[in-house]
Write a protein that binds this ligand. Sequence first.
Ligand code: AMP
Length: 199
Amino acid sequence: MKSSNQQPAASNQQRATSNDRVFIALGSNLGDRAAWLRQAQEKLFGAPTVQLVAASTVYETEPVGKIDQPAFLNQVLEVRTTLAPENLLSRLLQVERELGRARNERWGPRNIDLDLLAFGGCILKTGRLTLPHPELHRRRFVLQPWAEIAPEFIVPGFSATVEGLLKNCGDNNRVQKIERQNYSSENKRCWWYIDPPKE
Ligand code: AMP
């Protein structure tokens, strides 16, 4: 593993330093999509090992790959964590399981999907974790919300900022901001609402 970013990377075996900037992508396209995103955050931040730093607004996005499925809601969070990268991945998979996520077809519909986008300057490829996330530069539904909260973050291995990757992203699928957010830094929670459809 090497560090190519502003901060030293956490070793996979070590506990992370509080300086690592860590980003998580959330997605849902089944059932009450907004509720799934909210519940995932409640579970994730229910333990002190993962803390919210910033949350993008929520976007409604066209499915990519397998297109005959409902539109997604997507959001990106910046978190601070004491967990090492593999342990944070385990935590994300645990939250998915707790929310009843069944692993069906790869690009198919899912009530909740949690991906680890980047962990400080960490570049890593193990059997179960690739960092940065290998698809992030191809996905407008990731880059657009991410650029909202961390445009200047240099994505390790790409030598480019999130904003730069977004500018060069060839994905032209619809990514539309749909909600207003009220973020309270006091208790590190966020509440948000989906705008009612326009008359
Ligand atoms: P999916 O649910 O289709 O996003 O795939 C999840 C699987 O991808 C998990 O079982 C992980 O082991 C693996 N994986 C590899 N790298 C990552 C990453 N950066 N974030 C989330 N899952 C990852």
